[in-house]
Write a protein that binds this ligand. Sequence first.
Ligand code: SAH
Length: 238
Amino acid sequence: MYLFTRNTLVNWNIFCATAGMVKADIDTEKQQRLRTRLMDTLRSKGIQDTQVLNAIAKVPRHFFVGEEQQPYAYEDKPLPIGEGQTISQPYTVAYQTELLQVQPGQKVLEIGTGSGYQSAILASLGVHLYSLERQRKLFEKNESFAYLQSLPDVHFYYADGHHGLAEEAPFDRILLTAAARIIPGNLLEQLAPMGLLVAPVGGTEGQQMVRMHKSPDGSIQEELFDLFYFVPMLPGTQ
Ligand code: SAH
């Protein structure tokens, strides 16, 4: 318990570094309580899906942000994750996940791994997850992130999401976590019949959340939801 005092926390950091652990491997009761409170906040903001709320209560968001962001990990806010990118606001993660209506065993493609938090939320719902990231540094961070690597059936790729992932298509669900001006045709092609694609669509002034449903005959129906602010989906890799 003396870990909570300032000096011993520093010692614990040194111990963790020596032992090859990261401090973010630690999930305290306080952090678990903060997650339960975050889950209640999201419920009060309109998230209803119990599975999604439970996933928010289960996945340690503080594992996905840096040292300086630790005090804010359970606030309902986006936070910087380096490379000019952000971990989405928990409400946004819950909102998109609710719209995606995943079932265990489904094949899901995520565009924009970022911190990997949304990936972990989806993985906790029992899907086969394929997640693409265009920034090498973020991709490499996730490749060496023990918590993410310990999740069953999560596969990370360093790739431009505009192309999708043809070798694993079709996908039952596709989720874009970066804003697209238009939905890339490749992604719609790689969506399975009866599949759902959820994406923020629009420019820097804000994006409308869109859900696309592919009929068995291949035609697409579109539903429109609330306005959000995402980082843009950019071309190519870097
Ligand atoms: N799901 C993430 C959100 C990260 S922000 C999370 O939970 O943290 C969006 C991410 O999309 C950024 O990491 C950005 O680099 C990535 N991105 C933007 N354009 C992309 C593209 N064309 N292909 C793949 N990833 C992209």
